[in-house]
Write a protein that binds this ligand. Sequence first.
Ligand code: FE2
Length: 189
Amino acid sequence: MSSDGGGTASILALMIAETRLRQMFEEWCDPADCRAGIELCPGGDPIVRWAHLRQLGLCDELERIADSLPAAVDKIRCLAVANTLVPLLRDIHRYEEQAVFPVFQSMEGCAELRAATIQRLCAEHLEDECFADEVTEALLAIGHGHPVGNAEAIGFMLRGLFETMRRHVAFEREHVMPLLDPQRCKRLS
Ligand SMILES: [Fe+2]
């Protein structure tokens, strides 16, 4: 591709990512109607709170699929998760890396520790995206009616992904997002 073509492609990719983020925000519920959500999702950024809930929802879907292998697997569910998993993770990760982590890094004190935390979280994003690519391939095959070859191995792969995603989200919710919540900071000061 020419350099102009590459530039156009990256502008298009950015526009698509921004549109997805706007959709995320529009779909996210009003905090006034979501008191239980506030309890579950500390943090001042509604997009991240929404994103964490979406990721945990995907983890539940992956767990249902893993539990149903091989005989009771729902092919439509496999296709739905396969179509959502990678684009959703990529959008959420880019948003956290571009909008959330810089604010976390700029807070007072412990700059080196914060930098190390961000580095680890970014590495986990990359690992999860690679892992999600493999899971997507397996789910597409099942969804399109290919026989489930080694159900135990596929189940193990799905569990590996949703367990690491849950741990990652739990860490961000407990140790990153509360610090970025102005209401909580006010209560603690
Ligand atoms: Fe993250």
